[in-house]
Write a protein that binds this ligand. Structure first.
Ligand code: HSE
Length: 404
């Protein structure tokens, strides 16, 4: 028997329990073993839940899981960053393999936890942390290991993609759509992480570090979220025969890399323009394989639970990449070499502000109660500096990169 300790019984945890119950037969034939959830850690034992769980397996005491010799795999699905770091570290130190969907913890403690697991000869797997149900990390770590990856691009947040799609297709208002995305179970407990781009940034940090085989840290990535987009912006973007997506991108250059997460305006007939709703997609460019595209459900209960259980199967069958998958290349951050055209909208009608903005403008799209321009090729941070020097509040502007 393989004993699993499940930490957290939220949306994804519930999905894991459901699939495990539904697929007992298949699991037995795939592994030759009986797989059982021995304990589930929850905050509130008495909370009403959408699934029936045997009372004797629910606990609010993590030590019970840690000290249970029959539990060899801990599946960490709590939302809390620091708490889950403590759980994962203690579980590895107690000889238990780890599966997690928590990109915040993987991103922040990637190097430490990867080397601890390797040192202990244990698995630390996190397929569900990037791209929800799409198998991306295993192919990247295994099938693509002989490639020099030069570029990773992705739509990596289901909530943002859902919001942008609905705003674009149905003319809905930002707040209205965010609420629906939350109800659908796509958003993080605190949706700020989604809409401000932190969730995409963490996923990109994980992907970029694995792909380039050198550390790309969270603060190496230029970040702009989607929370300030309005229907006015959508109208302007439509007039450009384009759409807008939150895109994460890492490029490998000689001796270094560039990395950004920014709303990006792309032509309506381009590949990413057709990745809609809560779907995610990642495109890798490798020197042997060329361009490789992964597409599928980026969030939601069953897709994410499926990715978690794929990792569990790999641990039981020993079919995962052993050792530390992180490389040791020292990479320089070359973001200052990144220049692009940007769309900039400022919700103010002020002649002084217009005059300053005009200096970086290639084309004025609108000048009335809002000012909207397309900039010349410029560094993103130059725009931010200009905006802040003009004393414009964060909620009064929206910036998106324009890809030709
Ligand atoms: N909140 C995340 C998203 C969940 O919307 O993509 C999946 O990582």
């Amino acid at each position: 028997m393989i004993g699993i300790g499940l930490l957290g019984l939220g949306t994804v945890g519930t999905g894991v329990v459901e699939i495990l119950e539904k697929r007992q037969e298949e699991l037995k034939s795939l592994t030759g073993k009986e797989i059982r959830i021995k304990k589930i850690l929850v905050k509130n034992i008495n909370k009403k839940r959408e699934i029936q769980i045997k009372e004797n397996i629910i606990t609010s005491d993590f030590e019970e899981i840690l000290n249970d010799k029959d539990i060899s795999i801990v599946v960490e699905l709590t939302g809390d960053l620091e708490q889950s770091y403590k759980y994962i570290k203690s579980a590895l130190n107690s000889g238990k393999n780890i599966v997690t969907a928590n990109k915040a913890v993987v991103s922040k403690y990637f190097e430490e936890l990867s080397s601890l697991a390797a040192e202990k000869n244990l698995a630390f797997l996190y397929e569900a942390s990037v791209g929800g149900g799409i198998p991306i990390l295993k192919p990247l770590k295994e099938e693509l290991a002989l490639n020099k990856i030069t570029e990773v691009q992705g739509i990596l947040n289901g909530t943002c993609n859902y919001i942008l799609t609905k705003m674009f297709n149905e003319g809905l208002d930002y707040k209205e759509v965010l609420k629906i995305a939350q109800d659908m179970g796509y958003a993080e407990a605190d949706p700020t992480a989604d809409v401000e781009g932190h969730d995409t940034l963490r996923k990109l940090r994980i992907l970029g570090t694995l792909a380039l085989q050198g550390k790309i840290d969270e603060n190496d990535i230029l970040l702009e979220g989607i929370s300030k987009i309005t229907s006015f912006d959508i109208e302007q973007i439509k007039k450009m025969n384009s759409t807008v997506k939150l895109i994460g991108e890492v490029k490998g250059l000689d001796g270094g890399f560039t990395a950004l997460v920014q709303p990006t305006i792309i032509k309506e007939d381009s590949y990413f323009a057709n990745v809609n709703m809560a779907f995610n997609s990642v495109v890798f460019t490798g020197d042997n394989v060329g361009e490789l595209k992964f597409y599928g459900s980026g969030a939601g209960k069953l897709p994410t639970a499926n990715a978690v259980l794929g990792d569990v199967l790999d641990i039981i069958n020993g079919t995962y990449r052993k050792g530390n998958p992180l490389g040791e290349r020292k990479l320089r951050n070359l973001n200052t070499e990144l220049k692009s055209e940007y769309y900039l909208r400022i919700s103010l009608s002020n002649e002084d502000i217009f005059k300053s903005i005009e200096k970086i403008s290639r084309e004025v799209l609108y000048k009335n109660d809002n000012i909207a321009i397309l900039t010349k090729e410029i560094e993103y941070l130059e725009i931010i500096e200009l905006i802040s020097s003009l004393g414009i509040d964060k909620d009064k502007y929206f910036i998106a990169r324009v890809l030709k």
